[in-house]
Design a protein around this ligand. Structure first.
Ligand SMILES: Cc1ncc(COP(=O)(O)O)c(C=O)c1O
Length: 407
């Protein structure tokens, strides 16, 4: 089936967080009425990572059939579900997962919190690579651990790891966990096998457990290869908990279904004990498990088409910015539908940049500074939307920047 991603689907009355929660952080008490977002002067939300596209048709059909059944009682995760996860990892990423390694959780963010809680003691350090997905900060702080960043380096328009600094921080005996974001949100790097191998080895040498958040693994641009962290070596696999989910891939985030894959049975058992201690031992959501299994079995044609569309959006954005907004630099992602824009050339501080985007352009991206101080002067925009919305957003930014120059 051919999907039409140009179609603008109104998300009004769906309680969409993306469209209903545009908040002016200059004045947090001020929240626009939801209708503001759907009129001609609506603020365009280009922030949180969900797509403005309908999920694959087989998933929609399966959910409609299930909804019509009418009984939504407690649900089991079946062998068939596990096999769908196993099949996906093998087909798409050449990763041989055993069903016994899978622990389902209601989302990757809860899982990262539970993993930090399981594998650190109060006061121990958790290593991250800022600028990075900001809920990692909360997962560390919520669980009484201490955050330490080996920040990424922007080198000729491309981010890289500073392995020397990484090793220094991993070698601190207080550092016990490293949260890897692979592919990396927000900078869009799909780490190479060599890069992953080096940090995997450093973590082994210094007894640092790796939590690999691979939620964006399926969202790759042409010619880019993703390496699952646990495929690098058996030793590295035994030192890793991998967070996976169909939610970014197929736009199912509101169904809260993810699969944490832990090849080391002792680590898996400890993680499972944490979930049990929170009453979440047998978690399964009837719509989430059905959507996940259906997407992994039948969603590939949709995924191929959506990534081709998003890549065209990326080319469109890059072309527009290069032609009309020379003070902004696109850090071209290798994966994810999130684009990291270097806006430092505009010469604005974070407050003025916010005013420009939200008040003048009336668009709502994620401000770079929320990903850590390394993100000051950057903006992250979500391009998983119809081209008409993206074009509107780009033209608004151009008008706002032109207006800034004129005053
Ligand atoms: C790196 C990363 N991890 C996790 C999540 C969210 O995961 P979940 O919705 O399963 O909690 C996101 C969403 O943007 C993300 O970018």
């Amino acid at each position: 089936m051919k999907y039409d991603f140009d179609l603008e689907i109104s998300r009004k009355e769906t309680q969409s967080a993306k469209w209903g929660m545009v908040q002016d952080s200059n004045n947090p008490s001020l929240r626009h009425a939801v209708d503001d977002y759907f009129g001609p002067d609506r603020i365009l939300p280009l922030w949180v990572a969900d797509m403005d596209f309908a999920a694959p048709q087989p998933v929609v059909d399966a959910l409609v059939r299930r909804a019509q059944h009418g009984i939504y009682g407690y649900t089991l995760r079946t062998d068939s579900y596990d096999q769908a996860v196993v099949g996906w990892m093998k087909r798409r990423h050449h990763w041989e997962v055993e069903p016994g390694w899978i622990v389902p959780t209601p989302g990757v963010v809860p899982a990262v919190n539970f993993l930090v809680r399981t594998f650190t003691r109060p006061g121990e350090k958790v290593l991250i690579q800022r600028p990075v997905y900001y809920p990692f900060f909360g997962a560390i702080e919520n669980n009484d651990a201490e955050l330490v960043s080996s920040s990424l380096v922007l080198d000729h328009g491309r981010y890289r790891m500073d392995l020397f600094d990484f090793e220094k921080k991993a070698a601190d005996p207080a550092t016990t966990v490293f949260i890897l974001c692979s592919p990396h949100n927000p900078v869009g790097r799909v780490w190479t096998r060599e890069e992953l191998g080096r940090i995997g080895q450093i973590c082994l040498e210094h007894r640092v457990l790796v939590v690999a958040d691979e939620i964006h693994a399926d969202l790759l641009y042409k010619g880019v290869i993703f390496t699952p962290f646990a495929t690098i070596s058996e030793e590295i696999a035994q030192n890793t908990a991998v967070c996976t989910a169909p939610s970014k891939t197929f736009n199912l985030a509101g169904l809260y279904t993810s699969n944490i894959i832990i090849p080391n049975s002792t680590l898996k058992q400890r993680f499972q004990q944490t979930l049990n201690s929170c009453g979440m031992g047998n978690w399964a959501n009837p719509f989430g498990v059905l959507a996940c299994e259906t997407a992994y079995r039948e969603g590939e044609p949709w995924l191929e088409q959506v990534m081709a569309y998003i890549e065209d959006n990326l080319d469109h954005l890059q072309g527009f910015i290069e032609s009309h907004l020379p003070a902004i630099r696109v850090i071209r992602p290798e994966g994810t539908y999130l684009v990291w824009l270097d806006c430092r050339g505009l010469g604005l501080d974070k407050w003025a940049l916010r005013r420009l985007m939200l008040h003048k352009a009336r668009i709502f991206p994620d401000e770079g500074s929320i990903f850590g101080p390394e993100g000051d002067g950057f903006e992250r925009i979500n391009i998983a939307c119809p081209r008409s919305i993206l074009t509107d957003a780009l033209e608004r930014i151009k008008r706002a920047v032109d207006g800034m120059r004129a005053t």
